[in-house]
Structures are given as structure tokens and as C-alpha cells.
Design a protein around this ligand. Sequence first.
Ligand SMILES: [Zn+2]
Length: 60
Amino acid sequence: MFRKNCGQCHKPSFSSCESGEWLCPTCGYDLTDEKAMKDENKQKHRRQMVLYVSLTKSMR
Ligand SMILES: [Zn+2]
């Protein structure tokens, strides 16, 4: 899993492949020349998921 941060909307986007055309799924900005970061921190993802769930609950 690779991650690039969009220079325009600053949202992270993810791809299983480092090479090839890479457009930001949020704003369509061309991230092909941005440096891809390896993203294998599953624990961090889990923590973000927990945060998302608790935020969703507090909105109800
Ligand atoms: Zn973007």
C-alpha cells in the first residue's frame, strides 16, 4: 500500500501500486510526480477507525 498526500487539497490518497498515473480522488490533482510513501502501519489505521467510530457516535 502506498500513500501520497495531495498538494492541493492535502488529503491522503492510497494505491496498491507506486508507479503509473496517480490522480487525487478528491480534487483530481495530478500526483504522479509526488513521492509515494509506503503505508504499512496497520495499527495507525485501526486507531483512525476507532476515532471515526467514536466521532460518528457522538454526533447522534
Ligand atoms: Zn486533492
